[in-house]
Design a protein around this ligand. Structure first.
Ligand SMILES: [Zn+2]
Length: 334
């Protein structure tokens, strides 16, 4: 029996309807049928894979945002220069928000979880979808390493109605960050502008604490073989980078060492209003960047101007330029 014959036998009504649609498009002409195809406004699925030794690292797109120049603190002359450059290059402070998945071959580890619905929604909160597009399911994630407890890094952990997005994952964060953002006493004394950060942190973390899946670390605890904790306090009290190594290759997930990549790499002294301790944040950045440039370390950046937000630093004058990983680097063995 032919295919049409089969369809007719199984579902005569659907077959008849299909015939009518085909007939209608024939009557209206072929161009009318083409024009009826809806436009798809979604961007391509946002993920990018890279091999680091035996590790498979996947950058997971969470969404985009625009950094306001008023959120930066620099000298007046410096900030005037930023505003002037923005007129010539309006996308200079655009930011791609990203989390990262590390498949060690034994465990699936997520480093930062994006914003979920906790940072204005809309343009952010696509990380779980990017993870699925990359061939994984949230239930498969074993461990989440959190660089700090701002909602644009942990919002993706929990739905607005308090459900865990990664139900089987153990979540790790520095004790100093957990103690700070989850403390009702510290929250009560914080400025009004900072209150939403405390409130969202408590709400996002609550279901993991309740399930016994919330863990804190201090010092140089071992959480995962081949991964080193890199304390980078300043942006938040327990802000931490995670450095994975395999077969002589290294990648550093550096959290919020920069927010406005195209400003702060050239001017590492510029801070952001979201830095809990501005002086310490600048000092940490000033210490870290020369070392990363010297050692040609591969860096994963949650807030980059580019996607994939992976690359290396090169010293240039008093600042640094960004050398991005490109598609041809995908399985680079260097
Ligand atoms: Zn952030």
């Amino acid at each position: 029996m032919t295919l049409q014959g089969n369809m007719l036998k199984r579902n005569p009504m659907r077959f008849a309807a299909g015939l009518l649609v085909a007939l209608a498009s024939f009557v209206a002409g072929p161009n009318a049928a083409l024009a009826a195809a809806p436009q798809h406004h979604d961007q391509a699925p946002g993920f990018y894979r890279l091999k680091v030794g035996d590790l498979e690292v996947t950058a997971l797109y969470d969404g985009t945002g625009v950094f306001d120049p008023h959120w930066l603190n620099g000298t007046q002359a410096m900030m005037d220069g930023v505003v002037k450059r923005l007129h010539e290059d309006p996308h200079m402070l655009d930011v791609v928000d990203t989390g990262f998945l590390v498949n060690t071959g034994k465990q699936l580890i997520l480093v930062d979880a994006g914003a979920g619905a906790w940072w204005g929604g809309g343009a952010l909160g696509r990380l779980a979808g990017s993870l699925r597009s990359a061939g994984y399911r949230p239930e498969e994630v074993d461990i989440v390493l959190v660089t700090h407890l701002h909602s644009d890094h942990v919002g993706g952990l929990t739905t607005q109605d308090g459900k865990r997005v990664f139900p089987n994952a153990d979540v790790y964060v520095a004790k100093a960050d957990s103690d700070f953002w989850l403390s009702p006493e510290i929250a009560a004394k914080a400025p009004k502008d900072a209150q939403p950060f405390f409130e969202s942190a408590r709400a996002i973390v609550a279901p993991y604490i309740q399930a016994g899946k919330w863990h804190t670390f201090s010092g140089s605890d071992t959480i995962v073989d081949g991964m080193q904790l890199v304390p980078l306090s300043g942006h938040t009290p327990g802000h931490t980078g995670y450095e994975f190594s395999s077969k002589g290759q290294t990648i550093l997930f550096w959290g919020d060492i920069v927010h406005a990549q195209r400003v702060q790499l050239q001017h590492p002294e510029v801070t952001a209003m979201f830095d809990t301790d501005q002086t310490a944040a600048a000092a940490t950045r000033q210490q870290l960047l020369p070392k990363l440039a010297r050692e040609d370390v591969l860096i994963a950046v949650p807030h980059s101007s580019f996607f994939p937000p992976l690359g290396r630093l090169r010293k240039e004058g008093s600042g640094y330029t960004w050398v991005p990983v490109v598609f041809t680097d995908q399985w680079d063995e260097r």
